[in-house]
Design a protein around this ligand. Structure first.
Ligand SMILES: [Zn+2]
Ligand SMILES: [Zn+2]
Length: 376
């Protein structure tokens, strides 16, 4: 039997702002199939906005349309399909933006964030188990990252879920699905920052701010945050940055001066070439550059290969913070519960789902950290 629920549907990309006036997302009643084998229907309790939702809205990266964005969320299992053994109705879950099939070479060697079938399903706007399973007026609607969480409910693969303790507030649990995983993971896992090292974080939105918390957890001695916005720099200091620098062509030079030759690890978390250049130039000889912002695929980076060799820097792409969600999310949750990982400080706004276009505009204007939508 099918079920109907309200979801925020993007018919086609919209770049005209402000988004609260151009209203790229329309609340529609969509129809969802009954859960098939290894599928689960989740009642969404909290869904937060991430910058990659914006790249879907603006069409920076091509996605099949129409689509329901939203890939950072938490909820309660409502119904399970045949063959689901790890979850039951009533379980509290974090939704993870790439399903892990468990049997591909990357899943088998402990790198499920690189799961090829999971990535392929995402690109097709489907679930790991197939689809699309959603429709509007009889026409298919695509899934974003296997989740489509800007909705009252989501139908997902069981491999897109991580169970969490009922005591974790839903608003907090949602953050672990993308922003915290990517931000803190980029420092702790991809960059493997060690106690006493120096770190620069270029771009301090939600993910960059999570990276600051990650750098604190790693025991970094110096945490230099770079952002174009003075307000974001102030938030970065509140989260634990030891120094802040206003972004621009001189930012890398200032970091080299502050650190006497560069940081051990620099993170680009702004999604543009200028930020990557700052991170690269601010990295000390022998250091690590980590990049996670989604720079437009049309923007190549001119690399001085000889200089790269002699400086012995390494560049690491960080997808899903190089995390294994089934292991790392419960670990991050217990660090939050112990008070050592105050991710609640990342939440700047909470609002009902019907205000999603206003939230998009805040994100585009860089006047928010993490914004939580409540669909129910
Ligand atoms: Zn995200
Ligand atoms: Zn896999």
């Amino acid at each position: 039997m099918t079920i109907d629920f309200i979801a925020a549907v993007l018919a086609s990309p919209v770049s005209r702002r402000p988004f609260d006036q151009s209203t790229p997302l329309a609340l529609e009643t969509v129809t969802c199939t009954a859960p098939g084998p290894h599928e689960v229907i989740v009642e969404i309790q909290a869904a937060s906005l991430c910058r990659s939702d914006l790249s879907v809205i603006e069409g920076v990266r091509a996605w099949p349309m129409p689509i329901i964005p939203g890939h950072e969320a938490s909820g309660v299992v409502e119904e399970i399909g045949p063959g689901v053994t790890g979850f039951k109705p009533g379980d509290h879950v974090v939704l993870v933006y790439q399903a892990q099939c468990g049997i591909c070479p990357c899943c088998e060697d402990g790198r499920p964030h690189l799961c090829a079938p999971g990535l392929e399903a995402n690109r097709a706007g489907a679930l790991l188990s197939g689809g699309p399973r959603l429709s509007l007026h009889g026409a298919p609607v695509h899934h974003h990252m296997g989740l489509s969480a800007f909705a009252q409910k989501a139908i997902v693969s069981e491999h897109s879920l991580v169970k969490v303790d009922d005591s974790v507030p839903f608003d907090i649990a949602a953050l672990f699905g993308c922003g915290v995983l990517c931000g803190a993971g980029s420092i702790l896992k991809t960059g493997a920052v060690q106690p006493g090292e120096s770190v620069a974080i270029v771009g301090t939105g939600g993910v960059g701010s999570s990276a600051i918390l990650g750098a604190r957890l790693a025991g970094a001695e110096r945490i230099i945050a770079v952002d174009l916005d003075e307000g974001k720099c102030a938030s970065a200091r509140a989260l634990g940055a030891t120094d802040t620098i206003i972004g621009g062509p001189d930012a890398a030079g200032e970091i080299l001066e502050l650190t006497n030759g560069g940081v051990n690890c620099a993170l680009e978390s702004a999604g543009n070439l200028e930020a990557f250049t700052t991170a690269y130039d601010a990295t000390a000889r022998g250091g690590r550059v980590v990049t996670l912002g989604l720079v437009s695929p049309e923007t190549p980076y001119p690399l001085d290969i000889a200089g790269h060799v002699t400086s012995a820097k390494s560049i690491h792409g960080s997808y899903m913070g190089s995390c294994n969600p089934q292991i790392d999310i419960p670990e991050f949750v217990s660090l939050y519960q112990s008070g050592r990982f105050p991710v609640d400080q990342l939440i700047s706004h909470t609002m009902p789902l019907k205000q999603v276009n206003l939230a998009l505009e805040r994100m585009a204007a860089s006047t928010a950290l993490r914004q939580i939508l409540h669909p129910n």
